[in-house]
Design a protein around this ligand. Sequence first.
Ligand SMILES: [Zn+2]
Length: 70
Amino acid sequence: MHWDNYGPVEVRHVQPYQAVKVYRCPGCDHEIAIGLGHKVVVPVDSPDDRRHWHTGCWERQTRRNPRYSA
Ligand SMILES: [Zn+2]
């Protein structure tokens, strides 16, 4: 599922010490470095489709799509 089709989501903050893998942020298509605090966005209806986002990229996304900020 593409993130643009997510319904309700749960957003979890990942602390820097928890960031032990490199992830690719769907917001900017760049990597999220190990040791960088970021967000995990989990679709409530489809938890397996969770994605890791840069905090700033996710915040830009919620401003464009206010339904995500609930
Ligand atoms: Zn990003």
